[in-house]
Design a protein around this ligand. Sequence first.
Ligand code: GLA
Length: 445
Amino acid sequence: MRRLTLPLILAATLCAAQTPVSTIAPTLVPTPPMGWNSWNHFAGRVTEQDVKDAADALVSSGMRDAGYVYVNIDDTWEGKRDAQGVLHTNDKFPDMKALGDYIHARGLKFGIYSSPGPTTCARYAGSYGYEQRDADLYASWGVDYLKYDLCSFGTLMAAGAADHPDDPDYANKMMKAAYAKMRAALDRTGRPIVLSLCQYGLDDVWTWGASVGGNLWRTTGDINDSYDSMSRIGFSQGPLAAYAGPGHWNDPDMLEVGNGHMTGDEYRTHMSLWALLAAPLLAGNDLSKMTTETRSILMNKGVIAIDQDRLGRQGSRLSKDGETEIWTKPLRGGAVAVGLFNRGTSEARMSLALSDLGVTARERALPAESSPGAAKGTSTLGSVRLDSSLGSSQSGQGTFVRVTALPPARLHVTNVWTGGAVVDVEGMVTEPVPAHGVVLLRVEP
Ligand code: GLA
C-alpha cells in the first residue's frame, strides 16, 4: 500500500508547497477566537443533540454575549465517502447543514474538524486526497472554522522522510504543504474560514504557522483536566509570546474549566493564564450543566477583556521566585495585566513592585489658574507646579512665581477577579495568593 501511494502523496504535497498561500485576512480572528469545542468533555460520544444543547447554552448563559461564538464539533462526526468521494456524516450527525443553520440562527459560528491524513486521530475519515472536496462540503454547510489535526499524516511524513534520507527537512516540508493545501482549498470556497493547525507544536510551528495560512496553531500535546497538565502547558508558553498577534495565535489547547477535576483556584489560574497568553478561549465543558462558579470563571468580563485586548500581545513571565511566578501582558493604552501565580501547595504572600512594570502613571490634571503665554504660564517641575505671572505689587513691577505641590501620580490597580481596587504601599502591592491560585491585576497608567 505504501509503495503504491507514496509517490503520489509526495508529488501532490510538495507541489502544493510551491503554491503561494493567501495572506491571512486581517478581519479573521483579530483577537483570539472564543467559543466551545466538543472534545474535552464529550470526546467520541458527541452527538448532534449535544452540539445543539451547547449552542443553546451559549445563548442562555450569556456566554455568547461575553464573546464565546464558535461552536466547534471535534472528531467523530465523520461517516464514509461515497463513490464520488463525497464524505458523509455518521449516524450521530444526521444533517450537518441543518445543524449549521441551527447554530447560525443563534448568532453563533460553526466549526468542524478533520485531518490532512487519510484518517483522524479517532480513526474516522480524514481529508487526505479530498481536500478541495471537503472544503467545498464544509462551505456548503456554512462552516466558519476548521481544526485540522495532523494524526495519520504523521505516518505519511515518516514514510516520506525514510524515502528521502538526503533531505532532513522532507517531513517538515510535507507537513507545511499539507496545511497550505487546505488553506488554499478553504480560500477557494470564497467563505472566510478560520484554519486551526493541530500538530502538537511539532517543528516549532509558531515560527511558520502563519506562513501556511494558519490562524492559530496548537503549541503542545493534549491538555487534560488536571492542575498538572494545565500548569505544565500554561507556564511553559512564555518564550512563544513574540509569535502571536492579530490573525495568528498560539494555542495552548482548549479550556478544561468546569470539567470537575480542578479546584476553583486552579480553574481561575487556568483562565487567568490563558488570558495573559492571549490564548483562544474554547470552553471544553458541558455548558448545559454549569455551576455558578464555572459560569463566573468563564464569564468574568475583566479576564476576557485581557485575553481579547486589541493590542493583541501575548504575555510572558516577568519573574520567578521558587514556586511563585509573576506574568505580565501589555494592554492597549499603556496598561498592563499582571498575574501573581502561586504554584505551591500552601498560601503565599506575593509582592509586586509597580516600578518593575514599566508603566508610567499619568500626571493628574489640576484646574488651570493661568494660561501659558508670553507674560504668564504654568509648568511642572517634578512633583511641583510653577505658576508665573507678570504683575505689580506695592513694591513695584515684577514676576511672581507660585509653587504648588502636586499629588504624586499613581497607577490604578484593580483586582480583576474581585473587581476591587488594590492599594499599593509606596509602590508595592502585596497580596495573599492561595495554593495553586492567582491574583490577577490590571494596572492602568
Ligand atoms: C487529537 C487532538 C485533540 C482532539 C483529538 C480528536 O488528540 O489533539 O485535541 O482533537 O485528536 O481525536
